[in-house]
Design a protein around this ligand. Structure first.
Ligand code: ZN
Length: 168
């Protein structure tokens, strides 16, 4: 087998696509694989827009993203101050796109919209210092007695109680 150290050639138009959809199914999107990159976004803006401690995105060149169904259902919101544009399904509210003012050629899509592979692992973290105090930090989980399917972080509660017995 011949080995080469030459840099990989830029990919020709990808043959593989990944499909994603919002919760209600009104909007379907498609990307050419692989996505350009993927990361976990812990910023306060993303926490609020997506209603979670952090969101995982894939970033794609806009030219490699298509709305295959429901374009008319997509609502856009320009975030005051940053001029970022966040789009979502006007029917079910699912966040769809996150476009940053400094990188208009790229479009960021919540990873969770895709059931299958997108060709990138999320190896990066942005704004991790904005992680909220209530986020799960991979503490050990144990089953909650009497509530099948519910796990909890018994250890964390105990530690907090010792550190601040009068805290809330
Ligand atoms: Zn929807």
């Amino acid at each position: 087998m011949r080995k080469t150290t030459a840099p990989a050639k830029p990919l020709a138009r990808s043959r593989a696509q990944a499909r994603g959809a919002c919760l209600c199914g009104a909007v379907e999107i498609e990307i050419d694989m692989p996505a350009f990159w993927a990361w976990h976004d812990h910023s306060r803006s993303t926490q609020r827009a997506q209603g979670c401690a952090y969101a995982t995105y894939i970033g794609c060149w806009k030219s490699r993203v298509r709305v295959v169904k429901g374009a008319r259902r997509i609502a856009r919101f320009e975030v005051p101050g940053t001029r970022a544009i966040r789009s979502f399904c006007a029917r079910c509210g699912t966040p769809l796109f996150y476009e940053r003012a400094r990188a208009r050629a790229m479009i960021n899509i919540p990873r969770a919209l895709f059931d299958g592979r997108t060709g990138r692992e999320p190896l990066y973290h942005i704004a991790i210092e904005e992680t909220p105090e209530w986020a799960w930090r991979n503490e050990r989980l144990v089953p909650l007695k009497g509530y099948p399917g519910v796990m909890w972080t018994r250890g964390r509660r105990k530690a907090r109680a010792i550190a601040d017995p009068f805290g809330d």
